[in-house]
Design a protein around this ligand. Structure first.
Ligand code: PRX
Length: 630
């Protein structure tokens, strides 16, 4: 980039990296995009296929309900599959998969297209059509990709629920989305054990009335309940003549919804973030191409779960749009031994590897010997996402995993942004712990309570000033909440919910959430979900949850519980409550600590002051407590 000397600890890219990168001069691209914002995205859109091109790139007449590629017709599934099947990529591998138990499978673009069409026909035969919601609940298996793409193909809106969520979380999402169909796996392997997904789904279905059909993918093969008239085996359906491989693709308006994905926000229930066929497609395609520097012969591995936004954008859609070969691994990094992921990188010759700081810190703790046993020389580029990466973990990742030759793309983004927002590219000088600067053309800032830019290195609210193609369009069925939560604090700008600093070089340093969201091991949870799970237990009258810093997980959950009168606190009850939260929300939501208390700090209007609880737990000054009730 510029010749200007940057402050702090800087890792400059080698000449070779710059020479071979898709983008060689970041400033040039950024300047072009700043001056010609719509043109920049229009150029990217022109690299993809459309049934009809747009009349207008960006419509901002009804802010903050922005529209992109107005009037255009497309289907993201067409660009993920059909477009490639017509080229030399027809027989290229789209997916390579390995299960935790060592089962392996591959699918070419041709095969994935075929499977998707066949499954799309089954969905159609069950009456699923454009605009219908379909919930998908399974582990990291190829069928999750097929199911998502089959929905997209026929214009149905998929709602993937992470396989680590449990009964109430699934129920809430089924109910809110009013899904008619649930696609579920019998189970998932996790560290040698079976997570009984279908049993969890059965329990959730007893609480939710909308689902008419349950399609069950056989993964673990253990005994499960199949309710006649409602439940059907995926593999049996796929053997029916109706599962024909010819399936016309639905022509979608660029602004038609593609999927909804539930995420936690400030107070209340999880909200469904809505993404569209057109803008989301252009955004995920271009960001992955530029940032991960996708080359035709690459093998790419994003080790996230398809059930979160990282999986949607950068396991499923982004890589397929780029015609790349993706590897998906079912299991954990440390099972049966802490070299499992390194073994996979070596076995499959992975070139581009993308994971989260929590995993990096865990892998680092198990020691270099596990890494050094493997030849990781295929790696060319590394990525990080989900939470701030501490410089120590960054350097370990860079030196030990990447052998000091792979640039690290620390990508900051959100379920709502759909695509990378603050991110380097391989040609950009890196500072460990900073995601560097916004993607070309996107303007972001750090501001104070009044919405004014703060001085370099001062902390403030992280905001986004420009609309972007993959942006959230609304919260499903709740336009008011969309406007209020994201656009309500500062006029005309998007509030991320994060705090950050910007240094004298314009590099952003994200600090963390400033709302009621807790990132546990990179997973996004809301205090409200944990609290309502606790309160749903007979013994609990009131509860409060906070996030507390943790060396490996980033944060863990501490909770404060007021028991109902007559109920005595005990270690047994504490364990029971932890289990209850695990059963209702999911194992990731289990509190690390439960403290029984007689009262909670509240404002005069009855709002729990979590900030005060956190200050107390950290042993620091709680700051202004003038609104405290007592
Ligand atoms: O706090 C930021 C953190 O993750 C939040 C978004 O969470 P979610 O919607 O689950 O999406 C995660 C994957 C895109 C953000 O508000 N976050 C994400 N990436 C980073 C990050 N914090 C610091 N650095 C990152 N690279």
């Amino acid at each position: 980039m510029t010749d200007k000397k940057l402050s702090g600890e800087v890792y400059y890219p080698s000449d070779e990296i710059v020479k071979n990168a898709n983008v060689k001069n970041w400033d040039e691209v950024n300047n072009y995009a700043l001056e010609n914002y719509e043109g920049f995205w229009e150029d990217r859109a022109n690299e993809l296929s459309w049934f009809k091109k747009w009349d207008k790139v960006l419509d901002d007449s009804k802010k903050p309900f922005y529209k992109w590629f107005v009037g255009a017709k497309t289907n993201i599934a067409y660009n993920c599959l059909d477009a490639h099947v017509k080229t030399f990529r027809r027989n290229k591998l789209a997916l390579i998969w390995e299960g935790e138990d060592g089962t392996k499978s591959n699918m070419s673009y041709y095969a994935l297209h075929r499977e998707t069409c066949r499954f799309a026909n089954i969905l159609k035969s069950l009456g699923v059509g454009k605009g219908d919601r379909v919930t998908i609940y399974m582990g990291r298996i190829p069928e999750i990709v097929t199911a998502m793409l089959a929905c997209a193909r026929i214009g149905a809106i998929h709602s993937v629920v992470y396989g680590g969520f449990s009964v109430e979380a699934l129920h809430e999402r089924l109910e809110d989305s009013q899904s008619k169909v649930l696609i579920v796996a019998d189970g998932a392997y996790q560290r040698g054990k079976i997570v009984r997904l279908k049993d969890i789904a059965d329990e959730a279905l007893r609480r939710a009335a909308t689902v008419e059909h349950v399609l069950v993918v056989k993964r673990t093969g253990h005994e499960i309940n199949m309710e006649s008239g409602r439940d059907m085996w995926y593999h049996e359906l796929m053997n029916l003549p109706i599962a024909d491989h010819g399936c016309a693709i639905e022509e979608m308006d660029a602004e038609d919804p593609l999927f909804m994905l539930y995420t936690s926000g400030t107070t209340g229930k999880p909200k469904a973030i809505l993404h569209t066929h057109g803008g989301y497609m252009v955004g995920t395609y271009a960001t992955l191409k530029y940032v991960f520097d996708i080359k035709e012969e690459d093998r790419y591995w994003c080790a996230a779960d398809p059930g979160w936004i990282t999986g949607h954008s950068y396991i499923v859609y982004g890589p397929l749009l780029n015609g790349t070969t993706s590897f998906i691994y079912e299991g954990a990094p440390n099972f049966p031994y802490p070299n499992r992921w390194w073994q996979m990188i070596e076995r499959y010759g992975i070139n581009l590897f993308y994971t989260a700081p929590t995993a990096i810190r865990g892998l680092m703790r198990w020691g270099n010997a596990w890494v050094n046993r493997h030849n990781l020389s295929s790696l060319r580029l590394l990525g990080s996402v989900g939470e701030p990466i501490n410089p120590e973990a960054w350097k370990w990742y860079y030196e030990v995993v990447g052998n000091s030759k792979c640039p690290i793309m620390d990508t900051w983004w959100q379920t709502e942004t759909g695509m990378f927002m603050i991110t380097p590219m391989p040609c950009v000088p890196l500072k460990p712990g900073s995601g560097t600067r916004p993607f070309p053309g996107i303007e972001m800032d750090v501001v104070n309570e009044e919405g004014e830019s703060v001085k370099p290195n001062e902390e403030g609210f992280l905001i986004i000033k420009t609309p972007w193609p993959a942006m959230v369009r609304t919260i499903y069925n709740d336009d008011d909440r969309y406007v209020d939560q994201y656009w309500g604090k500062f006029e005309g700008v998007y509030l991320t919910g994060d705090s950050a600093k910007k240094d004298e070089d314009g590099y952003f340093w994200v600090i963390g959430r400033v709302d009621d969201v807790i990132k546990v091991s990179g997973y996004r949870l809301g205090t409200a979900e944990i609290e309502s799970a606790l309160v749903s237990h007979d013994a609990v009258a009131e509860a409060a949850a906070i996030g507390m810093p943790h060396d490996v997980k980033g944060n863990v959950i501490y909770t404060y519980v007021i028991l109902r009168s007559g109920i005595a606190p005990s270690d047994k009850l504490r364990e029971e409550l932890k289990k209850h939260v695990g059963h209702e929300v999911g194992p990731i939501a289990k509190p690390e600590r439960i403290e029984f208390v007689d009262s909670l700090p509240k404002t005069r209007s009855g709002k729990i002051m979590r900030r005060v609880l956190k200050a107390k737990a950290l042993g620091v000054d709680p700051g202004n407590i003038s609104t405290l009730e007592e």
